[in-house]
Design a protein around this ligand. Structure first.
Ligand code: HEM
Length: 506
């Protein structure tokens, strides 16, 4: 060893040979190299720009589960899985052993103590509360009115405008504006009017994107590092704090306006939205004595609902429209189906929820697009006690587990050899009904007691928007435009979706 130290060139040559051997072994076996000291981090960093494909490939090669080893002494090992039986076990069968855990709660501090960020009794209470409101008929009617109103007064005028000018437009941006306006209306009773021909810059709309960027960064750097940055208010943490402040100001202002409204307007005259419903519940219910303290509760609850419903639906819409625009035979079948249900020359926006539920092929196309491009790419859990997963992997207490949704939609073992093809027919039975796939296989909306509370809402919203656009306009993707997913937890298109729009009926 001492001789080697005398010849640094020899040491460097040996190091290079080792590097070459490791790379050669990796390219032959395609297993992630576990380097001394730095673990599997170099491979992850090298592939950070196509991280979803990279992890999916390794999951396929490793039977759906592998342990990612982080750098030594950093406590960043993590079990990554896309095995349906593991997911069934983690999300349902042994649910109580796999809460989100304290690390999740620290990273997602912007969500406060809201439903997405809580465990145990607090989660249970909020889930029951929200379930009551979201299932209420009043909410369903209000929701339909909001979405249809936005289509008529926001979406159609913009698409008419860009089609008359013949200009390219970013459909993803339009969908993000649409979903932000509609979720703010549903949750806060306030319309930020982001969806308008002027494409206005709205501070809290932008702040949401900045928060998502900042949270992603926290996943990649060691915890100590981002916490230090937060303490010193430098780098991405400074930007994140500012964005969180903008968001908080917006939400707290909506809460105080709502409280004033409740004091001045008669109960019967109040317009329905979730914030009003929750405040009323608090005033009339057992928590009335805590009313003055509950601004934080209202902030957390509404912030969580905005986060849950904003970019999830816009991401789903963007990938759906890209797939349909690039698969003309699918588009033709959807149009045929809409035509069948548009008796007496009504406009597509007049289809009510019951009629929309009859659009089976459209439903299949939406499921297929969600399968291939799961808007929520992953979910993090942390074990309480030791356990053995159905795949045979041992779990120690405090093991971090990453349920990797993106890969699940692309596993040959689940969907067959044509798993990468866009085939809405996959979802339709011989009798013309939707094929039921258990949620631990079609994991897009999570499975078990923590499954998504907005699933039905999502399908209805996408169907209303999809039928309105496809029936009235041709959407053509700009040829040279690059299409690739970003590297975020929410699967947006990295460069947006540039399209040209033309009217079908002039
Ligand atoms: C394409 C659209 C959507 C997708 C793909 C989706 C997906 C998901 C997923 C994967 C989870 C589990 C997250 C986790 O625990 O880590 C979840 C939870 C949740 N979602 Fe959605 N979601 C969508 C739309 C919505 C909408 C529109 C709402 C309503 C505002 C909503 C409300 C919720 C709520 C409240 C939870 C928390 C459930 C709980 O922890 O008990 N989601 N969603």
């Amino acid at each position: 060893m001492a001789t080697l130290l005398l010849y640094p060139e020899l040491l460097a040559a040996i190091f290079l040979c080792l590097l070459f051997l490791c790379h050669w072994r990796w390219s032959k076996t395609r297993t992630i190299t576990n380097w001394p000291l730095v673990g599997m981090l170099p491979g992850l960093l090298q592939n950070r720009l196509n991280i979803h494909e990279y992890l999916t490939w390794h999951l396929q090669r490793n039977g759906g589960t592998f342990e990612f080893k982080g750098p030594w002494f950093t406590d960043t090992n993590i079990v990554v899985t896309s095995d349906p039986m593991n997911l069934h076990h983690i999300c349902s069968k042994n649910f109580s052993n796999y809460p989100k855990g304290p690390e999740f709660q620290e990273i997602f501090d912007v969500l406060g103590d809201g439903i997405l960020n809580s465990d145990h009794d607090s989660w249970r209470y909020q889930r029951k509360l929200l379930q009551t409101f979201l299932k209420d008929n009043k909410f369903k009617l209000f929701f339909e009115e909001v979405v249809k109103g936005k289509v008529e007064k926001g979406l159609i005028p913009i698409l008419d405008h860009v089609s008359s000018l013949g200009i390219e437009v970013d459909l993803q941006d339009i969908f993000q504006r649409f979903t932000f306006d509609s979720i703010c209306l549903m949750v806060l009773g306030h319309d930020p009017n982001c969806l308008s021909i002027e494409f206005p810059e709205v501070a809290h709309f932008k702040a949401f994107d900045e928060v998502e960027e900042g949270l992603l960064y926290r996943h990649f750097v060691p915890e100590r590092w981002w916490k230090l940055q937060r303490k010193l208010q430098i780098g991405s943490e400074k930007k994140l704090s500012h964005a969180m402040k903008v968001l908080d100001e917006f939400i707290y202002e909506c809460i105080s306006t709502k409280r004033e409204e409740l004091l001045t307007i008669k109960k019967e005259e109040l317009k329905f939205n979730l914030l009003t419903a929750i405040v009323m519940e608090h005033q009339e219910g057992e928590m009335s004595s805590n009313i003055t303290k509950s601004n934080k509760f209202l902030r957390d609850t509404t912030a969580n609902l905005l986060a849950a419903g904003k970019d999830t639906i816009s991401a789903a819409l963007t990938w759906f429209f890209w797939l349909v625009a690039t698969h003309p035979s699918v588009e033709a079948k959807i149009l045929e189906e809409i035509k069948e249900h548009l008796l007496d020359n009504r406009k597509s926006k007049d289809l009510n929820i019951d009629e929309l539920s009859k659009l089976v092929y459209l439903h299949g196309a939406i499921c297929e697009s969600l399968r291939l491009f799961s808007p929520v790419t992953l979910s993090l859990k942390c074990s309480v006690q030791s356990d053995i997963l159905p795949s045979g992997h041992s779990i120690r207490p405090n093991t971090r587990i990453l349920n990797y949704f993106y890969a699940m939609g692309r596993m040959e073992s689940i969907w067959g050899e044509d798993c990468l093809d866009f085939k809405p027919e996959r979802w339709i039975s011989k009798r013309g009904e939707i094929v039921h796939v258990p949620s631990f296989k079609f994991i897009v909306f999570n499975a078990g007691p923590r499954s998504c509370l907005g699933k039905d809402m999502t399908f209805i919203q996408i169907k209303i928007i999809a039928s309105a656009i496809l029936w009235n306009y041709r959407v053509q993707v700009v040829e040279s435009h690059p299409i690739s997913p970003n590297t975020s937890i929410l699967l947006q298109m990295k460069h947006g979706l540039k399209v040209r729009i033309t009217k079908r009926f002039v």
